[in-house]
Design a binder for this molecule. Structure first.
Ligand SMILES: N[C@@H](CCC(=O)N[C@@H](CS)C(=O)NCC(=O)O)C(=O)O
Length: 207
């Protein structure tokens, strides 16, 4: 398999399936495309690989799969264990990943992932604060219900989807206790940033 990804310091969508593939231990090759180049260079390079004009894209033989969630689902069909075994945990892990995939626009726009950036503490808009409040509730309820250490018990695709949020919490100095966290959500976020897969991605991003 070959995964086409964008600049690792910025591309949260690329990070998700990359973490998932790394977690499986399956061998895969990687094509890295520098994002935000002038004169549509990035877009042209991406379109050589991707029918949607976006990264990430996974190639497996003559099959090209685009979109982070679809790629993760494809990998999960080949490598069991990426979704929880229990039906209720699997349902909520999927709901959490889907909510991330389709939501939290304010947080994403106002606090873009920037692994190379020095930590800062910007004023956050009401919409972004609402997103963070929702994430704290979601994380806390799932950790409580399934007992941790990850959202639905064992590490799953849902955790890959929230790893970029944990990096934003770190970069933008977000204190989750301001959003009703008892400490469990912050500990979970810190845990996501200590997985070997994330540390490998971050090392690549900073290299
Ligand atoms: N829904 C898509 C979103 C992918 C996306 O927005 N990718 C961005 C990079 S993170 C991209 O390719 N932008 C085109 C560009 O920067 O030229 C997914 O989940 O894969």
């Amino acid at each position: 398999m070959e995964l086409v990804v964008g600049t690792k310091a910025w591309s949260t969508w690329s990070m998700r399936p990359w973490l998932v593939l790394k977690h499986t231990g399956a061998p895969f090759t990687e094509v890295l495309i520098a994002l935000r180049q002038e004169n549509n260079v990035s877009g042209d390079l991406i379109r050589e690989h991707s029918p949607s004009g976006l990264v990430p894209v996974l190639k497996d033989g003559d099959l090209t799969v685009w979109d982070s969630l679809a790629i993760c689902e494809y990998v999960a069909e080949r490598y069991p264990g990426l979704w929880p075994e229990r039906a209720d945990a699997r349902a909520l892990a999927r709901a959490a990943a889907a909510e991330m995939h389709s939501g939290f626009q304010a947080l994403r726009a106002e606090c873009p992932m920037a692994l190379e950036a020095a930590p800062s503490k910007p004023e956050l808009s009401e919409a972004t604060q609402k997103n963070i409040g929702r994430i704290v509730t979601l994380w806390s309820e799932m950790l409580d219900r399934f007992g941790g250490p990850y959202l639905a018990g064992r590490w799953s695709i849902a955790d890959a989807f929230y790893t970029p949020v944990a990096s934003r919490v770190e970069t933008y100095g977000v204190d989750l206790t301001d959003y009703g966290d008892s400490g469990a959500a912050a500990a979970y976020g810190a845990r996501l940033l200590q997985t070997p897969e994330y540390l490998a991605w971050k090392a690549d991003a900073l290299a």
